[in-house]
Write a protein that binds this ligand. Structure first.
Ligand SMILES: *Cc1c(COP(=O)(O)O)cnc(C)c1O
Length: 378
């Protein structure tokens, strides 16, 4: 069985370094906000080229801290894609803000800037004050931040980039982290840059956002932990996880190059036979996922089953769009329907993707995929 994501191969490569770093943490004993956390934040800020990089407990917490930083209030609307992981709209809903669901581009899978006006109109028609846009770099490719930023500027909206999957990518030569007012990422183990538990970070050049996020990360602390300036949460990154991330960050650039190699190789094997992922001009991807679109008539369940039997796992990200999930049914939907989102949910299929796939494995996965596809279309 080929693993969908191979964390073992990665660990073998850096195990000695991780052991060293974890031993140091056990020796100094500063499990909360230890020196590794500060060191990691400095390295992350330098990677993204932002003034601030603030670590936290998860990608979802990063989104919530970013929204608190932007002073997003209950009842305010934020435009967000429906074709995403639950955490994007959930971060809004838990704060009492209103996700305004918008359609995506069928090729990039990301927020379609041409649909933003319809989302704004649909929300405004319901007397919702829209204050921001939450873009999502799905599967590793950043959204069209040029068009989204231009729209946001015209309508006086802020932009948060949910880069849980796209950290490490770039748009027009600028790294993810610099493409929005605030950028959030996740260090969940399966993400391109993952730790061995939960973790996340937010990136910004905005001093006020940074100050609020740092404060809210520890119960709204002020001068000290026992001066509480605002209502916050417990959202720190563990020192242990920071130590793991320092090790993983040291090979991240090389891993990103290998992810691109894997994507290129898949393209060479599959590009002529199925709708393979497309990068926009000027975009690079961190290839969190390699998602193809099956022909409409293909039975995806049968395809997955056949591939599984042949030792190749596949995943469906995402089978149900957020605007059709029970807790989100009451939120506004641009133009009352998201046809591209609905269509994508029915045809997407993600193949194994990680930096340690060999050319032989990619050839084998491709062969199994094409065989299953042939059987389904016969
Ligand atoms: C994983 C993910 C998140 C949430 O990250 P957690 O660390 O699991 O909280 C948010 N948005 C997207 C698009 C994700 O893929």
């Amino acid at each position: 069985m080929i693993p969908f994501i191979d964390l073992k191969a990665q660990q073998e490569r850096i195990r000695a370094d991780i052991d060293d770093r974890l031993t140091k943490v056990l020796d100094h004993g500063a499990y909360i906000m230890g020196p590794e956390v500060k060191e990691l934040e400095a390295e992350l800020a330098s990677w993204a080229g932002t003034k601030h990089a603030i670590s936290c407990a998860s990608g979802t917490d990063a989104l919530i801290l970013a929204l608190l930083g932007k002073k997003c209030r209950p009842g305010q609307g934020v435009i967000v894609p429906s074709f995403t992981f639950a955490a994007s709209p959930e971060s809004l809903a838990v704060l009492g803000a209103i996700p305004v669901f918008c359609d995506v581009d069928p090729h990039s899978f990301n927020l379609d800037a041409r649909c933003l006006a319809a989302a704004l109109d649909s929300a405004t028609a319901q007397q919702i004050d829209v204050v921001g846009v939450m873009a999502v770099g799905l599967f590793g490719q950043p959204s069209d931040m040029t068009a989204i930023s231009a729209f946001a500027k015209r309508h006086d909206l802020w932009v948060i980039d949910d880069a849980a999957q796209s950290f490490g990518a770039s748009w027009d030569g600028r790294p993810v982290g610099q493409l929005a007012d605030v950028t959030c990422t996740s260090f969940f183990p399966a993400k391109p840059l993952g730790c061995y538990g939960d973790g996340g970070a937010l990136f910004t050049d905005d001093d006020e956002v940074a100050e609020i996020a740092v404060s809210c990360r520890v119960h709204g602390m002020g001068k000290t932990k026992y001066h509480n300036d605002r209502i916050g949460m417990t959202a720190r990154l563990d020192t242990m996880q920071a130590a793991v991330l320092l090790s993983k960050l040291s090979i991240f650039k090389d891993e990103l190059a290998h992810r691109q190699r894997v994507a290129d190789s898949y393209e060479a094997h599959l590009g002529a036979h199925v709708a393979t992922p497309r990068l926009c001009d000027g975009a690079t991807s961190s290839w969190a996922q390699y998602t193809v679109k099956l022909p409409q008539h293909v039975n995806r369940d049968a395809m997955q089953e056949a591939m599984q039997k042949a030792g190749v796992p596949t995943m469906v990200y995402y089978p149900i769009p957020m605007h059709k999930q029970a807790p989100y049914l009451r939120y506004p939907v641009a133009n009352k329907a998201l046809p591209i989102t609905d269509a994508l949910c029915d045809v997407v299929l993600a193949l194994p993707m990680h930096p340690y796939l060999s050319e032989e494995q990619i050839a084998h996965i491709s062969e199994v995929f094409l065989h299953a596809l042939q059987e389904q279309t016969a």
